[in-house]
Write a protein that binds this ligand. Structure first.
Ligand code: PDD
Length: 284
């Protein structure tokens, strides 16, 4: 069965889906995106992802392609047409098509909206989490507004590629000695008291929706949450480390730059949080 994509008002076979060569997403990375998952037919954290999408659009003075209730209908339809029970859904909005000019195009230029869905392997994620992942550190060379979820992801792609070349699954991004986040996820450590620590929500990180839900889960579990910067050295010496994202949920980290974290296997705090996240996300 061919994959079906939604492109600017039409459901089309993905292999023939196209956007214009003068789309501002293509020429200027002038676009934003969201990634969320559907598990057993239910969107996880959908409201959070849509709220962040609206924020990203607002920060970039970009028009919404449709209102959020209409968008939910299209999102459901993309999943339905691809006959997926477990899906990874990608949504991208750009400022639309206009002759190349740095300045914004004329008011009224239609934003472009693309939505795709592919199979999400829930069991593979659990298998990965049971072993934990290796990460490496990379310099955080991104721009000053990474709190906006733009498609300008070249530094993130370079960091992820470096990780893959080193046999690692993710890259911790480091600025002035501080771990900001990862190439496509938020970074966390567990401190000596058992509290969980993550970078505060500033312009230097993307405010993850999973991060937000993980904080709520930790509070339910009576795990203390501390939002403060931590250094790479502190992360390497931490009893546990983990990352969060819509597609990884809560993923234990077992080594950083080849140095073992804790016992070199997934830590108890990360695993408890993962279970709590999955249970909460499934409740909706
Ligand atoms: N990435 N930080 C960055 C740089 C990210 O790209 C992501 C998500 C996150 C976590 O956000 P959330 O919990 O809302 O998924 C943090 C997605 C999964 C991606 O780009 O594929």
């Amino acid at each position: 069965m061919p994959r079906i994509a939604y492109v600017n008002g039409r459901y089309v076979p993905q292999r023939s889906a196209m956007v214009h060569i003068e789309d501002r997403g293509y020429q200027f990375a002038d676009g934003i995106y969201e990634v969320c998952v559907v598990v057993n037919g239910d969107y996880w954290d959908m409201e959070g992802h849509l709220a962040r999408m609206q924020r990203s659009l607002g920060e970039l003075q970009m028009a919404a392609p449709m209102d959020m209730s209409a968008l939910k209908v299209v999102m459901a339809e993309v999943v339905r047409r691809n006959r997926l029970k477990n899906a990874l859904v990608y949504m991208q909005v750009t400022r639309g098509v206009a002759p190349r000019n740095h300045q914004f195009p004329a008011a009224g230029t239609e934003p472009s909206l693309v939505i795709t869905a592919r199979r999400f392997d829930f069991n593979a994620s659990d298998a990965k989490a049971s072993k934990g992942i290796a990460v490496i550190s990379q310099p955080d060379i991104r721009w000053g507004r990474v709190d906006i979820k733009t498609v300008g992801l070249l530094p993130n792609a370079l960091a992820k590629e470096a990780a893959a070349k080193a046999g690692a699954a993710e890259a911790l991004l480091v600025r002035d000695g501080v771990v900001t986040e990862c190439s496509a996820s938020n970074a966390w450590i567990v401190d000596k008291t058992g509290a969980i620590v993550t970078h505060p929500k500033t312009n230097q990180i993307l405010g993850g929706i999973t991060r937000q839900t993980a904080i709520a889960c930790a509070e339910e579990l009576q795990i203390k949450v501390i939002e403060r910067p931590f250094t790479l050295e502190e992360a390497k010496a931490a009893p546990e480390a983990f990352l969060t994202s819509a597609t990884s949920f809560v993923m234990p980290i077992v080594s950083i730059d080849g140095a073992r974290i804790g016992a070199g296997k997934p830590g108890p705090v990360a695993l408890r949080l993962r279970e709590a996240y999955k249970a909460r996300a499934a409740r909706g």
